[in-house]
Design a protein around this ligand. Structure first.
Ligand code: DON
Length: 347
């Protein structure tokens, strides 16, 4: 059955939009955020940092050889509020490759270029419940009933970026990530090369998505651009600002640039909530209520809309490919600050 995007974004009657906007100003994210005191935020960040600092759970990804060599002690936390204030702990300088977290921003770019219906019409927005590079998940519905945050959907999403040649498409993707971070990002060439030499499974995935008609042209080029996008180098602050841009209606709270139309932010967050932590997305949502996205480089971002964006970097991963310390630290901090968007007080 052909899916229809919900009418809320784009087709919402103007009057209703005004009512909702006014209610939001009075009772919504801004007042929630004001209730979080700076000292409490820093306290929560410091407590989570200390609690998991000596954890040795998890293991660096090693199917991309360069990732096995990354210092597994790197551990940094950055929480950024919509007023651009940053609350941090630990290592803010070390950079890791963004990996699958990039899928969120390329998805946002394609939604901005072609509209969210283009995603629904192509690979869909349903969780697969399977590992992020599952070929079974492709075979089940011939590459449909998928989502842009697992590899088949993500490589397809990258293939949907409109541009001239490879260089132009790549520049658009990198610039867009940089706008979210508020600084010019670059690629970790060692990681890019290492993954490009060992990504035969992703190449097969790209060919299958091409065979089923989801990738229209040049599947191996799409896979290569996707691999380069995964090698973008970021620190905890970069990821914190990127998450906070999503928490702040698509406007980077540090640079002030409106990077993504606020109408599209709920669509991106919905996909993150459904599939951002892969086959553990349900467990994660149950634990925190937060849309989030992990990467095998060790980063995790999470978004409490209107309240904060948070990122933690720590390379050791669990079996689903999600950073162990990052999940624990984000869950503790968000729970301490009332970040779960499903929470409300009884009247
Ligand atoms: O395609 C891959 O396998 C990696 N470049 C990205 C996978 C990833 O980050 C999964 N995340 N938790």
């Amino acid at each position: 059955m052909k899916q229809q995007r919900h009418p809320g974004a784009g087709g919402f009657p103007a009057l209703m939009g005004v009512v909702v906007a006014c209610a939001g100003l009075l009772f919504g994210p801004a007042s929630s955020h004001a209730q979080m005191k700076a000292a409490d935020i820093q306290k929560a960040v410091d407590a989570a940092y200390a609690k998991y600092k000596d954890s040795t759970d998890g293991k660096n990804a090693d199917y991309i050889p360069a990732l096995a060599k990354v210092d597994s002690k790197i551990y940094g936390i950055a929480l950024v509020t919509p007023d651009g204030k940053m609350y941090t702990a630990g290592d803010l300088k070390s950079e890791v490759s963004i990996q699958s977290i990039s899928k969120v921003f390329t998805l946002a770019y394609v939604m901005a270029q072609s509209g969210p219906q283009a995603i629904l019409d192509n690979m869909g927005v349903d969780a697969t419940g399977q590992v992020f590079n599952s070929i079974n998940a492709i075979e089940q519905y011939k590459g449909a009933e998928m989502n842009p945050l697992v590899n088949p959907g993500a490589i397809t999403t990258t293939s949907m970026v409109k541009g001239g040649d490879r260089a132009e498409v790549w520049k658009k993707i990198l610039d867009y990530h940089s706008d979210f971070a508020g600084r010019t990002l670059s690629v970790n060439e060692e990681v890019f090369k290492s993954e490009a030499e060992t990504n035969q499974r992703n190449q097969a995935i790209a060919q299958l998505m091409y065979a089923y008609g989801h990738i229209k042209d040049k599947p191996l080029e799409a896979c290569d651009i996707y691999t380069e996008q995964c090698a973008i180098s970021v620190n905890a602050k970069d990821l914190g600002v990127m998450a906070a841009t999503l928490a702040n209606g698509g406007k980077n709270p540090v640079s002030g640039k409106q990077v993504l139309d606020s109408k599209l932010v709920p669509d991106v967050l919905a996909v993150m909530a459904t599939a951002g932590m892969y086959d553990d997305s349900g467990k994660w949502l149950y634990r925190t209520g937060l849309p989030a996205k992990s990467g095998v480089g060790g980063g995790v971002i999470a978004v409490s809309p209107g309240k904060f964006g948070i990122a933690v970097i720590s390379p050791p991963l669990d079996a689903a490919g999600n950073s162990v310390r990052a999940q624990n630290a984000i869950a503790d901090i968000s729970n301490a600050l009332g970040g779960n968007p499903y929470w409300s007080a009884a009247k």
